[in-house]
Design a protein around this ligand. Structure first.
Ligand code: 9MR
Length: 476
């Protein structure tokens, strides 16, 4: 297993040769600290230990700086949504593969492995499956046909399939999904057998969340894996999703990985993110760094732990703010693609001994004011200018201005800032040439946006997490 990774590393070096330094030379739009030539490359560091470091991606975002970082830093890609049943067969017999194909093509062009996610899951199921009135044999046929079609389409191109996802309730008993209710306990063995038949080379995984530490749910999963192995069911691995909370990495993580490994299966951390209550503070980011390092070290400590995948590498592409109100900042890069302390925590756990530099993330701000002006507006679009003034006494070195749209607007194009939008939340980050704002100084950036119905100004702005006064920041 680890030998394979070493081979992949040398292939990548000679054929692709992408590195942070090359990105910098190519002028890639990774603002702030991200494009430092001395920054570590996680996929190289991981390969030196024979493990993999991967990321989930949103296929539609795989251009520009997002694609550059995903391609340069990670050796494994998981499509975040594009391979789910609801995405590929929303209507029975009507298959839509373009999203999944694009992610697989992206990964192959960069020498990256692909984790297929996921074949049998109770969620993001098309309604025709979830709400159909099935006989057991009818649903079994539909399930095994789906596995045959999806795993068969990518035969030989997927390293690991999450064959069955989230099969357990928190108490370790089976989740009462449509599959469990209709087919009974045996559906999991059937799914693994169908996946093996469709793609014999893929490693077949059982994947779940809240099973990272020793607890009732991971006990249930352990018992199932033990019994599947005893019956000769073709299961190769266990995926621990690891959607964690800052400061709460389970102390028994390594012991849990080890007990699964001792059953004769591989283990992977498949969906790592570590969320916090916003705003992010230096103390929380430092704890998060320690947490990312701890998870990485736990995997390194068990020889059958084959790698770690983060569930989104940038805070601009994370499910957390949409699902946990007031929480976020869960990934290793900020919304402007700048590495956070967590990124260096991973690198250090993988043996990197370089200098993370003066401050990878935006630092504290002791006073700010923002002037927001719509300069031009037409039927569905507008141009706005934003001036941010440092009204404090300390220099700002690296900044991110956040706001929430009041009436459904969206940013379409930006200048003098790197902008990202997730739902109604906008983050505008500095570009390399305007990262510093001296006390009393200001920076101005602009953007085009789309609106319909209303185009009210945002109610407030926060600079590096600190609320700013509004309407008083004249350009200067
Ligand atoms: O990241 C995925 C997000 O975009 C979807 O909205 C969400 C819907 O449930 O699924 C997210 O990914 C999930 C993954 O497929 C399985 N484990 C939990 C992940 C977070 O919800």
């Amino acid at each position: 297993m680890r030998g394979t990774s070493m081979k992949l590393q040398s292939l990548r070096r000679t054929v692709l040769g992408i590195s942070a330094a090359a990105l910098l030379a190519a002028g890639a739009a990774v603002p702030g600290h991200a494009a430092e030539a001395a920054d570590p490359v996680l996929r190289d560091l991981a390969a030196a230990h024979g493990i993999s470091y991967g990321t989930a991606v949103t296929g539609a975002k795989l251009t520009g700086a997002y694609a550059d970082v995903a391609g340069a830093q990670f050796d494994s890609i998981t499509p975040g949504n594009e391979m789910k049943w609801g995405s590929v067969e929303p209507v029975r017999g009507d298959f839509r593969w373009s999203g999944a194909d694009a992610v697989v093509d992206f990964a192959e062009a960069r020498g990256q492995k692909v984790r297929g996610h996921t074949l049998v899951w109770h969620s993001q199921l098309p309604s025709w499956v979830e709400n159909g009135s099935w006989t057991a044999s009818g649903l079994r046929t539909v399930m095994t046909e789906h596995i045959k079609t999806a795993a068969g389409r990518y035969k030989g191109r997927i390293d690991h399939w999450d064959v069955v996802n989230e099969a357990f309730d928190e108490d370790g008993t089976r989740r009462q999904s449509v599959f469990q209710r209709t087919l009974g306990d045996g559906y999991i063995a059937d799914a693994f057998r169908a996946a093996r038949a469709a793609d014999p080379a893929a490693k077949l995984y059982l994947n779940d969340y809240n099973v990272e530490g020793l607890n009732a749910k991971s006990d249930g999963m352990y018992e199932l894996v033990r019994s599947l192995k005893a019956q000769g069911v073709p299961i190769d691995g266990v995926g621990l999703q690891a959607h964690l909370i800052v400061g709460q990495v389970p102390p028994s993580l390594q012991a849990n990985i080890q007990r699964f490994a001792d059953l004769g299966v591989d283990v992977a951390v498949t969906e790592l993110d570590i969320r916090m209550q916003l705003p992010a503070t230096e103390a929380k980011l430092a704890q998060q760094k320690a947490d990312y390092a701890a998870v990485t070290r736990a995997c390194l400590a068990v020889s059958r732990c084959v790698g770690v995948t983060v569930w989104g590498f940038t805070d601009s592409d994370s499910w957390i703010p949409d699902f946990f109100e007031g929480q976020g900042a869960a990934t290793p890069y900020d919304e402007g693609f700048r590495p956070k302390p967590a990124f260096y925590g991973i690198a250090e756990a993988l043996g990197w001994t370089g200098d993370p530099g003066p401050g990878p993330g935006p630092g504290p701000v002791d006073g700010c004011a923002v002037a927001y002006a719509v300069q031009n507006q037409w039927s569905a679009g507008f141009t706005a200018q934003v001036t941010v003034r440092n009204t404090g006494t300390a220099p700002v070195n690296g900044w991110q201005l956040a706001w929430t749209w009041p009436s459904g607007q969206s940013v379409t194009q930006a200048w003098n800032a790197a902008m990202n939008q997730s739902g109604a939340s906008v983050a505008a980050a500095n570009v390399p040439y305007n990262a510093s704002i001296a006390p009393g100084g200001s920076v101005t950036f602009g953007f085009n946006g789309a609106w319909s119905g209303g185009n009210a100004a945002p109610a407030g702005f926060a600079l590096n997490g600190r609320p700013c006064a509004t309407g008083t920041a004249q350009a200067g």
